[in-house]
Design a binder for this molecule. Structure first.
Ligand SMILES: [Zn+2]
Length: 341
């Protein structure tokens, strides 16, 4: 138990270590911006978070900070100023790249879809690089090795998986930068559902789909290249939407199939689908506090245990049938817009 406490303490220290993060934007000449990144919001604060916040707060699912080694997830309160921030871009690039995509009016253009996809890849890269730093730290690894052999093996597997993911993300980030600079969107796929009513959650994330939405397995060969799907949900451009975006960057992991399968989602299940995506795939999710407080205890427990049990890259039967699961959010979509090459 003592060595587990040490692992946990080291993890917290390394994870929360403040670094001088450089803006992730790379220009058309391949030069990375040299300015420091600000803490920008991946889920836009002024409108998207504001629309679900109550008294300046939202809920997220996480492990309570002060609680030692417990792995119990809970819904916890977070102030909207702190929710979903990551040091991704400098002030200038954060503003010119993303402010019109989120705060304007009307429908999203395919170029704005590409920008939102780019941001979700950058956010994922930031998270994976931080995990890589923690799991390759010698002190941390020797602390884990002192727990037991199983813990050591699982940390090594985690590190290997994280490094493969960084390889895929680096390739995809470059592909998005190319598309943005050249405005060549011929490999861009996207789908936006407009919801008929507000929903009590918002997220912005990306995931590498193991299945199409209608349950077809979609795995590359072992050590093959993966693509990602960026997904965002909330009040964007004064509409309540859930959107998906990705670049078909290589044929080994054919995400065009994922996008084409979205036509099979019944419009009356889109609100329900948003919750299941948030639980099974999206980590960066925020909930309206009064909605969380009113959840039936058994549903709350079920959602938390599913959130904890999701392992990226590992197919589970629930991921094969996201649309068919119980409806806690009964909101229909009124419109579906597809962006295909
Ligand atoms: Zn910059």
């Amino acid at each position: 138990m003592k060595s587990q406490t040490r692992v946990h303490a080291l993890f917290q220290t390394l994870w929360n270590k403040k670094l001088n993060n450089q803006c992730q934007y790379v220009d058309a000449d391949g030069e990375r911006c040299k300015t420091s990144a600000i803490k920008s919001h991946t889920v836009q604060r002024g409108r998207v978070l504001a629309s679900i916040a109550e008294d300046g707060h939202v809920f997220e699912i996480g492990i309570p900070k002060k609680q030692s080694p417990s792995k119990e997830r809970t819904f916890q309160k977070v102030g909207v100023n702190r929710a979903s921030v990551f040091p991704g871009f400098c002030n200038y690039h954060d503003t010119i790249l993303f402010s019109s995509s989120e705060t304007g009016q009307g429908t999203l253009s395919s170029y704005e879809m590409a920008l939102l996809g780019y941001r979700s890849i950058c956010h994922e890269t930031f998270k994976k690089e931080r995990a890589e730093r923690v799991y390759s730290n010698r002190q941390f690894l020797s602390a884990i090795a002192s727990v037991d052999l199983a813990a050591k093996r699982s940390a090594e597997a985690h590190l290997e998986g994280t490094r493969l993911a960084i390889r895929d993300l680096t390739r995809q980030k470059q592909a998005f930068e190319n598309a943005i600079h050249t405005k060549d969107l011929s490999r861009l796929y996207g789908t936006v559902f407009t919801l008929a009513a507000e929903i009590p959650l918002a997220f912005s994330s990306s995931f590498a789909p193991e299945y199409t939405i209608d349950g077809e397995l979609l795995l590359p060969e072992q050590y093959g290249n993966w693509n990602s799907v960026g997904v965002f949900c909330g009040a964007i451009k004064e509409r309540n939407i859930m959107g998906f975006v990705g670049l078909h960057d290589n044929d080994e992991h054919d995400i065009s199939k994922f996008f084409k399968s979205l036509v099979s989602v019944p419009m009356n299940r889109v609100g329900g689908l948003s919750l299941h995506l948030a639980i099974e795939h999206a980590e960066n999710t925020f909930f309206r506090p009064s909605w969380v407080s009113k959840l039936l205890p058994e549903i709350r427990e079920e959602l938390l245990s599913r959130f904890a049990s999701g392992i990226p890259g590992e197919p589970n039967s629930r991921k094969a049938n996201l649309v068919g699961q119980f409806d806690v959010i009964n909101v229909s979509a009124s419109q579906r817009d597809d962006f295909y090459p």
